[in-house]
Design a protein around this ligand. Structure first.
Ligand SMILES: [Zn+2]
Length: 285
């Protein structure tokens, strides 16, 4: 009897150790620490955001991933056609300017419409919350099923607190996650499967930026000059260009100063990071 009892106890200890070992392997944080995404290759990476400058928050990471042979899909909800204080600007002209600026910035980082996939959903800037949510959800769901990304980069929809910048960011963050969730279940938007043969797909890795809860940093110090050059292309968004558009060329004097400042910081050993809240699990529940 004593032997049986001991065997039972030992078995319980063994099972407990085995289970804790398994859960350790799948623990999000420990897996993330070991997983250097800048070494990834042959994966599909999707960035989704509302405006033609929002990509700037993770262009360094996307650039590193592109250089390693990953496929990059860029998705913009809006045309960015409203955010100018220049009274002579029109929505049509601004949309064209924003498209060009964004392409120039991406090109600085090695991401182009010719070599990568650029998707523009074409909604009006600032108006995403007035588009039927189901329509937006269906569009993202379809893109997820079509491109089947290994990882999605998008703004943080928030956890314990919510960092809302403005309407489109809020909507984009929620809808991107909602669309990705729907993509996993064939009964949501079944027309994708029936009409186009698009099968369900589950996203298992999210990198949320513009976050107040970062837990995953990517060192982009080596690309910090390029990032500054990329940022300079958003002439109509930042500084004097928003008040009175003077583009398309960036202000070269201002750029020189920023590059010089950056060189000094790097020489002192400062690092440049892009910070994310990483969620390495399916949101399909
Ligand atoms: Zn934005």
């Amino acid at each position: 009897m004593k032997t049986i009892k001991m065997t039972f106890i030992l078995m319980c200890i063994f099972v407990t150790m085995f289970l804790s070992g398994v859960s350790g392997q799948t623990d999000t944080k420990s897996r993330n620490k070991q997983d250097d995404i800048t070494k990834w290759s042959n994966k599909t990476i999707m960035w989704v955001g509302p405006h033609q400058d929002d990509e700037n928050g993770c262009l360094g990471t996307l650039s590193l991933l592109k250089a390693n042979g990953n496929k990059i899909i860029m998705v913009w909800y809006t045309t960015g056609n409203k955010g100018s204080l220049d009274l002579e600007m029109t929505s049509e002209r601004l949309a064209q300017i924003r498209k060009t600026e964004s392409e120039k910035a991406c090109a600085e980082m090695g991401i182009t419409p010719e070599t990568d996939t650029f998707v523009r959903l074409g909604y009006d800037d600032g108006m995403l919350e007035y588009v039927p949510e189901k329509e937006l959800c269906e569009k993202i769901c379809r893109l997820i099923r079509l491109y089947r990304p290994d990882a999605v980069f998008t703004m943080d929809p928030g956890t314990t607190w919510m960092q809302w910048h403005k309407t489109d960011h809020r909507m984009s963050a929620f809808i991107t996650l909602d669309g990705a969730r729907a993509a996993a279940y064939h009964l949501y938007f079944p027309q994708h499967r029936i009409n186009e043969g698009l099968q369900p797909y589950t996203v298992r890795d999210y990198f949320f930026y513009s976050t107040k809860e970062p837990d995953f940093n990517v060192d982009v110090t080596a690309l910090s000059d390029k990032k500054i050059r990329a940022h300079a292309w958003y002439v109509s968004q930042f500084g004097a260009g928003n008040l009175k558009y003077v583009g398309p060329e960036p202000d070269q004097e201002e750029l020189k100063i920023k590059l010089k400042d950056n060189a000094e910081k790097i020489a002192k050993g400062e690092k440049v990071y892009e910070r994310y809240r990483r969620l390495s699990e399916s949101m399909s529940f």
